[in-house]
Write a protein of this length. Structure first.
Length: 676
């Protein structure tokens, strides 16, 4: 080590040390060029033009249309603040976009800090300059980045600004962010006020991209829905919308706000409850100051697209954020609490995902000083928003549930179904059909068929080992499988999630079918083309069949919709005279056949089958299992009466016996012959 290094000043030591590590004849690459002159200082709007992705996320079509959003958001801020009521948006030939409001108009007087320039020029040429930082000009606004208008100006080939303020019209023109002249007074104006910005994005930045009329029109509709106090007048050059559904002119005003928007999107979608919509002030601060307000519209849907669209100060937040967290928490806690009030212990298993999977909703919040993730503002990160939204929405949700008990109970039942299905998925495993390379574990009592093509096979679900024994002898070994079930299976409409997960009979059934259950259901993995419920032709058999149909309806509804579930029709009687044998399905059928098939005074031997286990395999095959002679009933659920079907299953098979008793009372007179 060179000890002389430590006796010299630090800077000299570092220089000498670098020289000792690098040979003099091999200078490091670029070392001669890297000095103070290599440090660039970008001023004004030059950073935006050099690195547009840092400000608008890129130079693609989404970023391109973000320019329009920034200017429209400024106009919306004026409307939300109560200073504007009308916004005009016009797309012209040549890719020119004009946005005009009837608000206060951007100030044009000299700026105190830069007296040589107007406030307008400072706003449009200086990053982080605007009227939204102090909170004096705007109680709420679309973010506090302060770069919106100036970024649009920097990325526009030309921007023309008109300000109508104090009955005077002012004008200034910019090219690529540079003012061509100071703001100038055009003349007096009596019936006009506000700001108009007309601009065309710079092809040097975006290439050949152009504004999409459809995308802009949808943006305008969205903004109009978000604030019911604004009217947006849309117009577009007819040459730009040929062959599209975009109108050339439209007046967008929606007094119903988010509720109107949600109804427009849902169309004829089947709902579990009425659309719940409302608005509320957010909780005040400790000093009694307002923190903002919120609006919501929620539809609990039976099927179809679900999701939550959220906004903060009219800015879309597609990546969610803290306001969505508060929304989810409020609904989850509210529905759990309702379940506790109804003494439903299963409500404790509900989580936010169970609820959100049934929701198509819109949430709009207006808060002070919002914090977003990135300049594109796609996610709200303001920590207090979660608490504010949860507190405000939870109270209203509790009142809505209490004011609509039937709808609340129906919603609770469906959400609990989803919660228990989620829990069952953790227990139940998918079982694909066995192949030549893999031998699969199948339920021990399953007697499988040999054919591999699922569409050509069928499985019979029978009651008990006795019936299973007869069915195994009567079956076609190549195409027919038999799974005996022990007695009456669990009633899934009234059982707890724990009982369902522990029930071996149902586990065996799902395992035998191989298609999975719940969200893991995959119809392509179904091991049999037909699933045939084959029970005794008596009341007990009908009860078992009802329990099995309830299981498929609640847990595997896609199999019913796919036409895979059937009911076998075994006979109850065998009528024999000499060499003639006739089968009858029930008492009425027996009497008809005795009169029709035999002579009046013939001595006919009538045998009543006690059950499938007592039926000779030959009779069972001929009457019930042989496709050439049998009759099958397909189980279907009418789509147009889905609510009625769900209600009927809940009444007849659910946890509340009083509903079954009520059904019996209402339909008792329809019973003509009760065989006890």
């Amino acid at each position: 080590m060179n000890e002389d290094l430590f006796s010299k000043p630090a800077a000299q030591r570092r220089t000498q040390a670098r020289k000792s590590r690098a040979p003099a004849d091999t200078p490091r690459a670029g070392s001669e060029d890297y000095d103070a002159s290599a440090i660039e200082v970008l001023e004004g709007l030059e950073p935006v033009r050099r690195r547009p992705g840092m400000y608008i996320g890129g130079t693609d079509e989404t970023a391109y249309h973000h320019l329009a959003s920034e200017i429209l958001d400024n106009a919306m801020d004026e409307a939300v603040a109560g200073h504007a009521s009308v916004i005009d948006v016009s797309l012209e030939a040549g890719n020119w976009l004009t946005i005009r409001d009837n608000g206060r108009g951007i100030p044009v007087d000299p700026h105190p800090k830069f007296p040589q320039r107007s406030a307008l020029e400072v706003i449009l040429t200086t990053l982080h300059a605007g009227g939204k930082f102090s909170g004096k000009a705007y109680a709420t606004s679309g973010g506090l980045h302060g770069v919106g208008s100036s970024v649009v100006n920097a990325l526009s080939a030309r921007m023309e600004v008109e300000i109508a303020r104090d009955r005077t019209l002012w004008q200034q023109v910019y090219e690529r962010g540079v003012p061509l002249a100071p703001v100038e007074e055009v003349g007096p104006t009596q019936n006009r006020r506000g700001t108009q910005i007309r601009f065309v994005p710079d092809p040097q930045i975006f290439g050949k991209l152009h504004f999409s009329p459809l995308r802009l029109y949808r943006l305008c509709r969205s903004k109009a829905f978000l604030f019911r106090g604004v009217t947006i007048r849309w117009s577009c050059d007819p040459s730009l919308i040929k062959g599209t559904d975009v109108p050339a002119e439209a007046v967008l005003h929606f007094p119903g706000g988010l509720a109107d928007s949600l109804r427009d999107e849902l169309g004829n979608t089947a709902l579990l409850t009425d659309i719940w919509a409302g608005d509320a002030d957010l909780p005040t601060t400790a000093d009694g100051e307002s923190t903002g307000r919120m609006e919501w519209a929620i539809a609990f849907v039976e099927r179809g697209t679900t999701g939550l669209s959220s906004y903060c100060n009219t800015i879309p937040t597609p990546n969610g954020g803290t306001h969505e967290t508060g929304f989810r928490t409020a609904l989850t806690k509210g529905l759990r609490n309702w379940g506790e009030q109804r003494s439903n212990k299963r409500a404790a298993t509900i989580n936010a995902d169970d609820i959100m999977g049934l929701i198509s909703a819109k949430l709009s919040v207006f808060i002070r000083d919002p914090q977003f993730q990135g300049q594109t503002k796609e996610k709200l990160t303001s920590s207090e928003a979660s608490r504010l939204v949860e507190t405000a929405l939870r109270d209203r949700f509790d009142h809505w549930l209490a004011g609509n008990p039937p709808q609340a109970d129906n919603l609770l039942a469906v959400v609990i179904e989803r919660a228990e299905e989620r829990l069952r998925r953790k227990e139940m495993k998918d079982t694909p059909r066995k192949s030549a390379t893999r031998r699969l574990r199948l339920p021990g009592k399953l007697t499988d068929c040999t054919r591999e093509n699922a569409a050509e096979t069928e499985i019979f679900l029978v009651e008990g080992d006795s019936a299973g024994g007869s069915a195994k002898q009567a079956r076609n070994r190549e195409t027919q499988a038999v799974l005996p079930l022990r007695g009456k299976i669990l009633n899934v409409a009234s059982a707890s999630a724990e009982k369902l997960r522990a029930n071996q009979e149902l586990r065996d059934l799902v395992e035998a079918l191989g298609c999975g259950i719940g969200e893991r259901f995959d119809a392509s993995r179904l091991r049999y083309g037909r699933i045939i419920i084959m029970t005794d032709a008596d009341v007990d058999g009908a009860h078992i069949a009802s329990l099995l149909m309830t299981f498929f309806y609640r847990e595997l509804p896609a199999l019913i919709r796919g036409g895979h579930l059937y009911l076998a029709q075994p006979p109850l009687y065998r009528l024999t005279q000499g060499g003639k044998t006739i089968y009858a399905m029930d008492d009425a059928d027996r009497e008809r056949r005795l009169k029709r098939e035999f002579k009046p005074n013939a001595k006919v031997e009538v045998s009543r089958f006690k059950g499938l286990g007592e039926m000779p395999p030959s009779d069972l095959k001929q009457t019930t299992m042989d496709p050439k002679h049998r009759t099958l009933l397909k189980v279907v659920t009418p789509m147009e009466d889905s609510n009625l079907t769900r209600e009927r299953v809940e009444h007849l098979m659910g946890r509340k016996p009083e509903l079954r008793f009520q059904f019996i009372q209402e339909h008792a007179r329809q019973v003509e012959n009760l065989d006890i």
